[in-house]
Unconditional design. Structure first.
Length: 342
């Protein structure tokens, strides 16, 4: 590593406003450290103790019967107990900082970059009383970068800071695990289906409008003929296309199509459907970005008057028109935004 690379990871502010206040966010103590005016960015810094033990990892390779269903249920369980949050903005003395991105990292053993950050805040004068007996590997330091079109706040440090923190809305996946048989074609208008909401202890209503074949390969090729591609060079387009097609082969091989379900919900919530065959398979230890090219429905509202949504079910032969054993696996609960005044 060169010194210039190391300097990029140092906190070398032209100006810094120390906050040094601890607030409760999602039931954990979060230390609001400072805001910094740096050479290429303006940053809001926080620190908190991670509530999880990272050392309790399971070797999934040793679990022979571990399936996609098991993995997703485990992930949902972790999500429901997750203390993840995203601070969308902070207001100090009526001056707002809105954030475009964030990064967080634990203080690993011999992690000199994290040590330097921690040293900076200690030298700046933060109180360490809450952290003196916390294992360093349990501490996370997070940075929120201010939007480029905003000015760094002009704070009068002789006055009270008067801080307001806004925590973004946060979706959490809730398990349903309800078997359902899906048929190709148009469905009857007004036919209500139900699933049980284990959070609010009530039934929720949804409608299935249709299931159809979707030629994702044709869609991808059409996308690369779009006029937006004019912003890229021929070599860039060629490379993007190669990478995307390689990823797509793992989701849906050429010559096959995707079964796509259109549905509506009375409460405007997102549902997740999966084929039983997929849920019963062992997880693949690789990821793909092909999902980002999947198009949305071309209709804003469905036949029952609610927002029209789509869900990819499985990849199959283009002439396959039999029913598919599936599961209404989960839905997304939206945790509303939170405003904290200090």
């Amino acid at each position: 590593m060169y010194l210039k690379d190391l300097k990029q990871n140092m906190i070398l502010p032209k100006k810094e406003i120390l906050i040094d206040k601890i607030v409760k966010i999602k039931e954990i103590d979060v230390h609001l450290l400072s805001i910094t005016l740096e050479e290429r960015r303006n940053v809001f810094w926080i620190m908190y103790k991670n509530p999880y033990n990272f050392d309790l990892d399971i070797d999934l390779e040793e679990i022979q019967e571990y399936t996609n269903r098991d993995e997703m249920i485990d992930n949902i369980s972790k999500e429901m107990n997750d203390y993840h949050f995203y601070i969308s903005e902070i207001t100090i003395q009526n001056q707002k900082m809105t954030f475009s991105s964030s990064r967080s990292s634990r203080i690993h053993h011999n992690d000199y970059e994290a040590y330097m950050r921690l040293q900076h805040f200690i030298e700046s004068g933060i109180s360490t009383e809450n952290w003196d007996k916390v294992n360093l590997s349990d501490i996370l330091i997070a940075s929120y970068e201010q939007k480029k079109d905003e000015e760094f706040p002009q704070i009068d440090i002789s006055r009270e800071l008067d801080i307001t923190v806004k925590i973004s809305e946060n979706p959490k996946q809730v398990l349903i695990n309800q078997p359902i048989n899906l048929e190709f074609g148009e469905m009857q208008k007004g036919k209500k289906l139900y699933f049980y909401d284990s959070i609010e202890k009530k039934d929720r209503t949804f409608y299935i409008n249709r299931m159809y074949h979707y030629d994702i390969w044709e869609e991808v090729n059409n996308n690369f003929e779009d006029e937006r591609m004019n912003n890229f060079t021929e070599d860039e387009i060629k490379k993007m296309k190669e990478n995307l097609l390689d990823a797509l082969k793992k989701i849906c091989p050429k010559g096959m199509s995707l079964a796509v379900l259109e549905y509506e919900t009375e409460d405007d919530i997102q549902l997740n459907f999966y084929s039983k065959a997929y849920l019963d398979k062992k997880p693949l230890r690789e990821t793909s970005s092909a999902g980002v090219i999947f198009s949305k429905s071309d209709k804003e509202f469905g036949i029952n008057g609610f927002k029209n949504r789509t869900c990819m079910i499985t990849c199959l032969e283009k002439d396959f028109n039999e029913s598919i054993d599936a599961e209404l696996f989960s839905w997304y609960l939206q945790i509303p935004e939170e405003i904290i005044t200090i």
